[in-house]
Design a protein around this ligand. Structure first.
Ligand code: NAD
Ligand code: MG
Length: 357
């Protein structure tokens, strides 16, 4: 496999699955955690390594090290591996996703921003999502029964129990204090704002087609997805909050081995469901409109990435992230007509959000 983002939260779990099942890692791509990357090189013996920044080239213990996006695209084309795991974060993951599909390779896709920004312009049949909710939906949807609605769950993120008026004082450290999952910085912030769940609704829309999609908070993150069937039955996917299960399926398609210990319902005891409200999660206001015109995901994604950068730099508040995204969504009404438009709109929106800060 070709693993993009090997030192991140998903990347590390993907390597654990690779090791458990003896899968060969041909290429490792990572950002700037060089110490961890060197350990991974020693263990998995890839034939090529790529890092984000040229200054790190000499610190990598490998004879074939390259740098930057072009090198990533080239290695996707030249490697004999037919599986690309995209665990990069943000819009930077889009070109590698497109390249892998163009080369006829299978993409195990954690980089949901690829789908959010450009789902309309990619061959979905080549994609296996690495996201617990979509894995749950896929797992449940193994029947010919007519479906009424697909539902995904949210943890509620760092501020789900905060008094609403206090959220405006939230710091970066507060936003990173996720109740149920240990993940990378950006997705943890997206969980706190509920942007992550909106992205996942869009992701579901591209993966499973038109239909009714919604989300609800389940505070223990034990249920990941539910399907309401037309007959009045609802089925639920229950598993521990651990990404190794969706990763194992995305890498191997099927497994009959134990990936996680089963959930002990007596230990869980009780479950609590809550509504996702606009008062606590202002971004939820644009959800219907976005799902109605899903190609506008590129605007929301670009505005969100630019606003998160500003928040991390201390230039805007946590709630300003949602305000900036809603504003950009209203300002940029156009839909991309092709993939070139996606890159163009992405640039325009980022520039606009930064210029308003
Ligand atoms: P992370 O920040 O922990 O890891 C990102 C990885 O990408 C790191 O290895 C980093 O070094 C690498 N990287 C970043 N920029 C790079 C660049 N320019 N060149 C090369 N490498 C670069 O993020 P994560 O939590 O693992 O999330 C990755 C993706 O998976 C995101 O799109 C996220 O939304 C999605 N996802 C994550 C989880 C989770 O549990 N963490 C669950 C579902 C989906
Ligand atoms: Mg998810």
């Amino acid at each position: 496999m070709i693993l993009l983002g090997s030192t991140g939260s998903i990347g590390v779990n993907a390597l654990a699955i690779a090791q458990q099942f003896g899968l060969h890692v041909d290429v490792l791509v990572a950002g700037r955690n060089i110490a961890l990357l060197n350990q991974q090189i020693q263990k998995h013996k890839p034939s090529v390594v790529i890092v984000a920044d040229g200054v790190d080239l000499s610190s990598i213990d490998h004879p074939r090290v390259f740098q930057g996006e072009e090198a990533i695209l080239e290695v996707i084309a030249s490697s004999s591996s037919m599986l690309v795991i995209n665990a990069l974060v943000g819009f930077a993951g889009l070109r590698p996703t497109l390249k892998a599909i163009e080369c006829g390779k299978r993409v195990a896709l954690a980089n949901k921003e690829s789908l959010v920004a450009a789902g309309a312009f990619m061959d979905i049949s080549k994609i296996q999502p690495i996201d617990s909710e979509h894995f749950g939906l896929w797992y449940l949807n193994n029947s010919s029964r007519p479906i009424q609605r697909m539902l995904i769950t949210a943890s509620g993120g760092a501020f789900r129990d905060w008094p609403i008026e206090k959220i405006q004082e939230a710091t970066l450290k507060d936003a990173l204090n996720h109740p149920n999952w240990s993940m990378g910085q950006k997705i943890t912030i997206d969980s706190a704002s509920m942007m992550n769940k909106m992205f996942e609704l869009l992701e579901a829309r591209w993966l499973f087609g038109e239909g009714e999609y919604d989300a609800v908070i389940e505070t223990k993150s034990i249920i990941h997805a539910l399907i309401d069937y037309c007959d009045g039955s609802t089925t639920a996917h229950i598993a521990r909050a651990n990404m190794q299960l969706p990763i194992a399926y995305a890498l191997m398609g099927q497994t009959d081995q134990k990936i996680l210990p089963s959930v002990n319902l007596l230990e869980v005891g009780s479950l609590e469901f809550r509504e996702i409200t606009v008062e606590r999660y202002p971004i939820w206001e644009i959800r219907q409109e976005l799902l109605h015109r899903p190609k506008r995901g590129v605007v929301v994604n670009a505005a969100n990435e630019a606003a998160i950068e500003l928040f991390v730099e201390g230039k805007i508040s946590f709630l300003d992230i949602s305000k900036q995204v809603i504003h950009a969504f209203e300002h940029f009404d156009e839909e991309p007509k092709n993939i070139e438009d996606v890159f163009h709109i992405d640039r325009e929106v980022r520039h606009y959000v930064r210029s308003r800060a």
